[in-house]
Design a protein around this ligand. Sequence first.
Ligand SMILES: [Zn+2]
Ligand SMILES: [Zn+2]
Length: 315
Amino acid sequence: MSEAESPPVLSRREFIETAGLALAGVVLDSPVEGGEPITDIHQHLGYSGRPDDVLLAHQRAMGATTTILLPAGRSVNTPSTHDGVSNGLQAQCLGNEPCRQFARAHSGAFRFGANEVPDVEGATREIERYLKLGGVVIAEQKFGVECDSPEMQRIFELAQAYRVPVLMHWQFQMYNYGFERFHKMLEKFHRVNFLGHAQTWWGHIDRNHIDQTVMYPKGPVTRGGLTDRYLSDYPNMFGDLSAGSGLNALTRDEEFARDFIKRHQDKLIYGSDCNDLDGTKCQGAQTIAAIRRLAPNKAIERKLLHGNAKKLFRL
Ligand SMILES: [Zn+2]
Ligand SMILES: [Zn+2]
């Protein structure tokens, strides 16, 4: 049984915090429009320079009641950051400490992850520090390293010890090399839950995803792709629907998407990864609309927008 399947139990401390917030007029899982909580598992602080108040307004406009902030690692010039190109997750995103502080200042609505460039000195020590402070995921792992390298395996060991998922940005020849070998890690670290994200992850829903350099493939999907098989064959593999790549995977072949959502209804999780200033017509809002349109029923829609995240991140 994976960690994600264990029912969430409120600790005494969490109960007191929840009760305290309720007294203060802040209700967790508070209904926005339509009375339904939405968890956005993929956001960033300082994203492309976006001010904090605009992020707050963006999340409110989308209807996100809980948001997980994914930090960048430290800024270094190494091959794993492509000599600094991928510092700040290639989008000016802020690191562990600002994310932790922001989540603390907006507790109830925001949580944070823990992150570091995997091959710098003291990487696991830094990640562990922020897991101890309450980080709910190791993310966003978006670095130029082999997905099964010794440093990545040390991160997976840490995730196992702290019972948190690891979120990986898969992008051909850029981030997390060796997608076709990842099943070995899913087997070796079968107690660690992994989230797949980005172009190469979503491209591989299609069995005919031959040209790996195509980042946003269009048109009909042929069943039996590597991503589909990872989701089917490994209970510890989950899909993060965020970003243009996630939205593209839902909209390029809606007949396939309906069936895909039905088959992986316990594995797919909403995230926005939006860097815009709006929150109403943007890609994150469109992904929520696509989930509502394509989910075969209300119960499955609720799993993708909230229930699966609540379980997986033990929120
Ligand atoms: Zn991201
Ligand atoms: Zn947006």
